[in-house]
Design a protein around this ligand. Structure first.
Ligand code: DQA
Length: 154
Protein backbone atom coordinates (compact mmCIF):
# COMPACT_ATOMS: atom_id res chain seq x y z
CA UNK A 1 0.00 0.00 0.00
CA UNK A 2 1.18 3.54 -0.68
CA UNK A 3 2.39 5.38 2.38
CA UNK A 4 1.93 9.02 3.40
CA UNK A 5 3.86 10.66 6.23
CA UNK A 6 2.31 13.66 7.98
CA UNK A 7 4.66 16.01 9.84
CA UNK A 8 3.49 18.63 12.31
CA UNK A 9 5.92 21.30 13.49
CA UNK A 10 6.33 23.26 16.71
CA UNK A 11 3.40 24.07 18.99
CA UNK A 12 0.94 22.01 16.97
CA UNK A 13 0.91 19.58 19.90
CA UNK A 14 -1.12 22.33 21.62
CA UNK A 15 -3.92 22.34 19.03
CA UNK A 16 -7.32 22.65 20.64
CA UNK A 17 -6.05 24.81 23.48
CA UNK A 18 -3.70 27.12 21.54
CA UNK A 19 -5.38 30.26 20.05
CA UNK A 20 -8.56 28.33 19.12
CA UNK A 21 -9.95 31.38 17.31
CA UNK A 22 -7.11 30.93 14.79
CA UNK A 23 -6.41 27.20 14.88
CA UNK A 24 -9.74 25.68 15.93
CA UNK A 25 -10.84 23.42 18.77
CA UNK A 26 -9.76 20.05 17.42
CA UNK A 27 -6.78 18.35 19.09
CA UNK A 28 -3.84 17.05 17.09
CA UNK A 29 -4.57 13.49 18.20
CA UNK A 30 -8.07 13.73 16.82
CA UNK A 31 -6.80 15.21 13.50
CA UNK A 32 -4.26 12.40 13.24
CA UNK A 33 -6.91 9.74 13.90
CA UNK A 34 -9.12 11.20 11.18
CA UNK A 35 -6.21 11.20 8.74
CA UNK A 36 -5.41 7.56 9.46
CA UNK A 37 -9.08 6.64 8.90
CA UNK A 38 -9.36 8.71 5.71
CA UNK A 39 -6.09 7.20 4.49
CA UNK A 40 -7.52 3.72 4.97
CA UNK A 41 -10.51 4.67 2.78
CA UNK A 42 -8.17 6.05 0.12
CA UNK A 43 -5.90 3.00 0.16
CA UNK A 44 -3.08 4.82 1.96
CA UNK A 45 -1.13 4.00 5.09
CA UNK A 46 -0.79 7.25 7.07
CA UNK A 47 1.91 7.79 9.69
CA UNK A 48 2.02 11.00 11.71
CA UNK A 49 4.69 12.76 13.76
CA UNK A 50 4.80 16.03 15.69
CA UNK A 51 8.04 17.66 16.80
CA UNK A 52 9.03 20.95 18.35
CA UNK A 53 12.63 20.48 17.15
CA UNK A 54 13.98 21.65 13.81
CA UNK A 55 16.63 18.92 13.46
CA UNK A 56 14.10 16.21 14.26
CA UNK A 57 11.82 17.59 11.54
CA UNK A 58 14.74 17.56 9.06
CA UNK A 59 15.41 13.91 9.98
CA UNK A 60 11.72 13.10 9.57
CA UNK A 61 11.65 14.68 6.09
CA UNK A 62 14.65 12.51 5.12
CA UNK A 63 12.87 9.45 6.51
CA UNK A 64 9.74 10.26 4.48
CA UNK A 65 11.85 10.57 1.32
CA UNK A 66 13.33 7.12 2.04
CA UNK A 67 10.23 5.23 3.07
CA UNK A 68 7.03 7.07 2.06
CA UNK A 69 5.36 7.96 -1.24
CA UNK A 70 4.12 11.38 -0.15
CA UNK A 71 4.64 13.88 2.66
CA UNK A 72 2.20 16.39 4.13
CA UNK A 73 4.06 18.99 6.15
CA UNK A 74 2.86 21.79 8.39
CA UNK A 75 6.19 23.22 9.52
CA UNK A 76 4.30 25.79 11.67
CA UNK A 77 6.63 28.62 12.77
CA UNK A 78 9.57 27.00 10.94
CA UNK A 79 7.72 27.62 7.66
CA UNK A 80 8.89 31.20 7.86
CA UNK A 81 12.43 30.69 9.16
CA UNK A 82 13.95 27.30 8.41
CA UNK A 83 16.32 27.04 5.46
CA UNK A 84 17.26 23.59 6.78
CA UNK A 85 13.69 22.26 6.50
CA UNK A 86 13.32 23.88 3.08
CA UNK A 87 16.50 22.18 1.86
CA UNK A 88 15.32 18.82 3.22
CA UNK A 89 11.94 19.24 1.51
CA UNK A 90 13.61 20.23 -1.79
CA UNK A 91 15.67 17.01 -1.65
CA UNK A 92 12.61 14.91 -0.68
CA UNK A 93 10.51 16.32 -3.50
CA UNK A 94 12.90 14.85 -6.04
CA UNK A 95 11.62 11.44 -4.88
CA UNK A 96 8.13 11.87 -3.40
CA UNK A 97 5.11 14.19 -3.56
CA UNK A 98 5.19 16.95 -0.93
CA UNK A 99 2.25 19.12 0.10
CA UNK A 100 2.45 22.10 2.47
CA UNK A 101 -0.46 22.42 4.89
CA UNK A 102 -1.63 25.24 7.15
CA UNK A 103 -4.68 25.58 9.34
CA UNK A 104 -4.76 29.37 8.95
CA UNK A 105 -3.87 31.61 5.98
CA UNK A 106 -0.43 32.83 7.02
CA UNK A 107 -0.33 35.43 4.20
CA UNK A 108 -3.37 37.14 5.72
CA UNK A 109 -1.71 37.49 9.12
CA UNK A 110 1.38 39.24 10.51
CA UNK A 111 4.08 40.32 8.05
CA UNK A 112 6.58 37.79 9.43
CA UNK A 113 4.23 34.96 8.42
CA UNK A 114 3.79 36.17 4.87
CA UNK A 115 6.83 34.36 3.48
CA UNK A 116 6.90 30.58 3.29
CA UNK A 117 10.37 29.17 2.69
CA UNK A 118 8.68 25.93 1.67
CA UNK A 119 6.34 27.33 -1.00
CA UNK A 120 8.98 27.18 -3.74
CA UNK A 121 9.86 23.53 -3.16
CA UNK A 122 6.49 21.79 -2.68
CA UNK A 123 4.04 20.30 -5.18
CA UNK A 124 1.16 22.29 -3.69
CA UNK A 125 -0.23 24.06 -0.64
CA UNK A 126 -3.55 23.84 1.18
CA UNK A 127 -4.29 26.41 3.84
CA UNK A 128 -6.92 28.36 5.71
CA UNK A 129 -9.49 25.61 6.19
CA UNK A 130 -8.61 24.62 9.73
CA UNK A 131 -8.25 20.90 10.26
CA UNK A 132 -9.99 20.34 6.91
CA UNK A 133 -6.75 21.51 5.25
CA UNK A 134 -5.12 18.24 6.30
CA UNK A 135 -7.89 16.02 4.96
CA UNK A 136 -7.96 17.89 1.65
CA UNK A 137 -4.17 17.64 1.42
CA UNK A 138 -4.42 13.88 1.94
CA UNK A 139 -7.00 13.64 -0.84
CA UNK A 140 -4.72 15.75 -3.07
CA UNK A 141 -1.80 13.45 -2.27
CA UNK A 142 -3.86 10.41 -3.25
CA UNK A 143 -4.75 12.07 -6.59
CA UNK A 144 -1.10 12.95 -7.23
CA UNK A 145 -0.03 9.39 -6.43
CA UNK A 146 -2.73 8.03 -8.72
CA UNK A 147 -1.60 10.36 -11.53
CA UNK A 148 1.98 9.17 -11.00
CA UNK A 149 0.93 5.53 -11.11
CA UNK A 150 2.03 4.91 -7.50
CA UNK A 151 -1.54 4.33 -6.29
CA UNK A 152 -3.86 2.09 -8.23
CA UNK A 153 -7.59 1.41 -7.94
CA UNK A 154 -8.26 -1.30 -5.35
C1 DQA B 1 0.55 27.57 10.93
C2 DQA B 1 0.84 29.02 10.59
C3 DQA B 1 2.19 29.44 11.16
O1 DQA B 1 2.44 30.81 10.84
C4 DQA B 1 2.19 29.29 12.66
O2 DQA B 1 3.47 29.60 13.18
C5 DQA B 1 1.72 27.97 13.12
C6 DQA B 1 0.63 27.30 12.43
C7 DQA B 1 -0.86 27.12 10.47
O3 DQA B 1 -1.09 25.93 10.41
O4 DQA B 1 -1.72 27.97 10.21
O5 DQA B 1 2.19 27.45 14.14
O6 DQA B 1 1.49 26.75 10.24
Amino acid sequence: MAKVHVLHGPNLDLLGEREPETYGHQSLDSIDQELVALGRNLGLVVETLQSNHEGQLVDAVHEAARSADALLINAAGYTHTSVAIRDAVAAARARIAVLEVHLSIPEAREVFRQVSLLAGVVDGRIEGLGSLSYGLALRAASELLRARGVLRDQ
